[in-house]
Design a protein around this ligand. Sequence first.
Ligand SMILES: Nc1ncnc2c1ncn2[C@@H]1O[C@H](COP(=O)(O)OP(=O)(O)OP(=O)(O)O)[C@@H](O)[C@H]1O
Ligand SMILES: [Mg+2]
Length: 346
Amino acid sequence: MKKSIKKTLDKTPLIIIAINSDRNIIYYNNFAKQKFLFLEEGRDINIIIRSTELNDFIDKSFNEKKDHRIEFQPSNFENWYFIADLFFLEEGRDSDSSLIIMITDQTMLYNYEKMRTDFVANVSHELRTPLSSIVGYIETIKNDSSLDKDITYKFLDIMENQAWRMTRLVEDLLLLSKYESEDKPLNFKNDNILNLVHSAIDNLNKKIEDKRLKINLENKYSKGDLTLNSDSIIQVFINILDNAIKYSPLESEITVRLKEAFLDERLFVQIMFQDQGEGISKEHLSRLTERFYRIDKDRSRDLGGTGLGLSIVKHIVNRHNGRLIIESTVNEGSVFSVYLPINYTI
Ligand SMILES: Nc1ncnc2c1ncn2[C@@H]1O[C@H](COP(=O)(O)OP(=O)(O)OP(=O)(O)O)[C@@H](O)[C@H]1O
Ligand SMILES: [Mg+2]
């Protein structure tokens, strides 16, 4: 192969491998070597990329002297998805024929597509459950004219609760889409962080009183305002505090502490929410901010949760170039810390 062609192929962001009719590798480009470290000329392609589909189509291409396109998942690379174009090259005599295998890595696209379909399935499921409950009660009330007034009211109560659940879900979905996509601009302005914490606490006062909880607010941050989107930051504090309230025992204490803290040598304000609740075991910690992730689905639903709260938190914090760190000990409690950068400019 000409040097200039090789150079060009090396710069191509496609995996390109050529094999002879014995399946031995006769050429590969730079990108291929980055993906498959064990690539070497003279080696059997099957040792490098294990896939029965790929093997079958290599046979087909040589036998039929035709090009083919296939999608496959190599068995030696878990969760990788590839599309391969096989180009048959005939160079006169049979022994000289070769096959160019051009592979595009579809793994990211595939994962994105899976996330999207999972999300739609989750949303449909979450909406269908309250909806079928409402429809069920409507039918019962309609079909039974002798239904006691008290029972009818009880059913209406349940229907109202379910309707609220659907409303909350739709509201959370709207918030998620607002904060998730970077192209919807947020207004940033200077604001006092302590005031925003107060707003969140005030918003949840009734729930705090209902559980007779004590909120200890300790402010150790006295420097200037932060540049932020106030509404969304209040939302962050409400979501975290709402969880702390939900998962705390009656008459326990929740500590909210504001202080300066360094992370990766950068200065932040740390806003910490510490509860004395049941805690969260390690295996769940890294997944809590996934959409619809709940440790106990039924319990979260009973408590009125949609499972989107922390996912919304994560997106808002990301849009402020901040960090969310969750620490927890089972049976002792959890600490959710939001870090917002100081001197953050738009
Ligand atoms: N302070 C906490 N203590 C114990 N578990 C918690 C705490 N905060 C969150 N969790 C767990 O994390 C899960 C996800 O929280 P998230 O706020 O995203 O959802 P939710 O509270 O169930 O519903 P909602 O989205 O309506 O707030 C919860 O279902 C709960 O299992
Ligand atoms: Mg929540």
